[in-house]
Design a protein around this ligand. Structure first.
Ligand code: ADQ
Length: 456
């Protein structure tokens, strides 16, 4: 394979950002083939944007651009995060359809394509990431690039009825069909996309991922993203992990830990999860005083109003549950609105008897996979997983729940706490095997192999 050219909103230009799943995968791919990584510098400037910042780390060149205030607002805060994000997570009710934000969104896609095209050489493969750049394939083609372009969507692709709520759905879908290979997290996402094309544009699903549409052939497949499974298992027994586990152990005082770890986002189902915890203590009195629920949820996108509202809602719910059930020596639900080092998280996962991963919608959900890899094989904990997380397609040995059914979630937490060691081990072994087999390296090979055998 020739050079790889990656495009994503945020890059891993800062070495400390190479710890997350996507950043690790893209960085490893780029260092193995050599290449360029384009994205936003993270800076917002008044007035005009200047020349991009270009620098090299190992054999990877970074080309990052600042955003103007108008771009940061219209592209990032509005269209990407207040239109596409809610609609793709089935929350049309939360979408804000402004008059000009789509134009700004398209403008940023076009401007970045304009930085990419002159730097492309024959033999290069372009790999575009996520919902910020749905139009990138179209602009790269308009700029004259005819080589392979892969696209990977990290978030769900909604059912056609929901996608059509986007006023610009046709423009977006046509642009997406300019990519040579389209990657989705799950089979459900892939089939939603294909169903939309079949129902609206007489596309034909020709099998083996190939789709004939708009007079050409593209490939669309599910490539469920994985984690650095071995690395995470090691992190869970590192000194930093053990120290974090000891610290929380002092707080627990021998109680069972039920843990949640999520970015504070309305897609993660946190209010419903808190309600389920209330019902656990209500309907299963044996858990009172002996179970402690800790939710770690660092605030994200706090400039967006819906996220500020969520924070208020969670503060109220946690306060009410602790007020109703807490006692002098017991805090039933603790919620920590901050980030932790990945090794510290791994240590917390390892001692958690139960992990709650109950999003209302999620592209994949890497926390579920991290929890599995952090377990002690001799005494593994139990994963409770929403049927609406992409991870549920692979991790069917978890206890699968509907996060809206809060009584059932409460009952499932109780079932998990009572689960005999033999059953815990049997379920965990199957989960571990799949997370190891389909790890981050497997994912990138699966995607890039398809991209390199593309017919473009
Ligand atoms: P996210 O929505 O961010 O990602 P997720 O897959 O769960 O969701 O990844 C979150 C990552 O952040 C995990 O690696 C987790 O360890 C870390 N994290 C969470 N809380 C943290 C905390 N308090 N401190 C430190 N780290 C924390 C998007 C999509 C997902 C998709 C991923 C990857 O929304 O569906 O799985 O991209 O494709």
């Amino acid at each position: 394979m020739g050079r790889l050219i990656a495009i994503s909103n945020r890059t891993a230009a800062d070495a400390s950002a190479r710890a997350g799943g996507l950043a690790v995968a893209v960085w490893e791919s780029l260092t193995s083939t050599g290449g360029i990584w384009f994205g936003w510098s993270g800076n917002i400037v008044e007035g005009e944007v200047g020349e991009p910042d270009v620098f090299t780390d190992e054999n990877v060149e970074f080309v990052t651009t600042d955003f103007t205030e108008a771009e940061h607002d219209g592209f990032y805060l509005q269209y990407a995060n207040r239109v596409i994000w809610p609609v793709f997570h089935y929350r049309v009710d939360l979408a804000h359809f402004g008059n000009t934000d789509f134009d700004t969104y398209a403008g940023v896609n076009e401007r970045i394509a304009g930085l990419v095209v002159p730097r492309l050489k024959e033999g290069d493969s372009v790999w575009v990431h996520d919902y910020h750049f749905l139009l990138m394939g179209d602009f790269l083609r308009r700029g004259g690039w005819q080589g392979p372009i892969g696209f990977f969507l990290h978030i769900p692709f909604p059912s056609p009825e929901i996608f059509q709520a986007l006023p610009e759905h046709e423009r977006i879908a046509r642009a997406m069909c300019e990519f040579s290979v389209l990657g989705f997290q799950s089979k459900t996402d892939r089939s939603n996309f294909v169903r939309y094309l079949v129902e609206n544009y007489d596309a034909v699903d020709e099998g083996d991922g190939w789709i004939a549409v708009f007079g050409r052939k593209i490939r669309a497949n599910a490539y469920p993203i994985g984690i650095d499974a071995e690395g995470f298992a090691k992190a869970a027994v590192s000194e930093r992990a053990t120290t974090a586990a000891t610290r929380i152990g002092r707080f627990l005082g021998g109680r069972n830990l039920v843990l949640g770890v999520d970015r504070m986002d309305y897609s993660k189902g946190l209010p419903q999860r808190f309600e389920a915890v209330g019902k656990l203590f209500d309907h299963f009195p044996a858990t009172r005083g002996v179970v402690s629920v800790t939710q770690i949820a660092p605030p994200s996108r706090s400039k967006v109003e819906e996220y500020r509202d969520l924070r208020i809602q969670l503060d109220e719910l946690a306060g009410r549950i602790n007020g109703d059930y807490g006692d002098l020596d017991w805090i039933p639900l603790r919620y920590l609105a901050r980030s932790y080092d990945r090794r510290e998280l791994a240590g917390l996962y390892r001692i958690a008897r139960v992990c709650l991963v109950t999003p209302l919608r999620d592209g994949m959900n890497l926390v579920a996979k991290e929890y599995v890899m952090a377990q002690n094989p001799e005494d593994p904990g139990v994963l409770i997983l929403s049927e609406f997380a992409g991870a549920a397609e692979q991790l069917s040995e978890a206890l699968i729940v509907n996060p809206h059914d809060t009584y059932k979630v409460a009952e499932t937490i109780y079932q998990a706490l009572e689960m005999p060691l033999e059953e815990r081990k049997a379920r965990w072994t199957k989960l571990r095997d799949i997370v190891v087999a389909q790890d981050i390296t497997w994912w990138r090979h699966k995607f890039l192999d398809d991209l390199s055998t593309d017919l473009t």
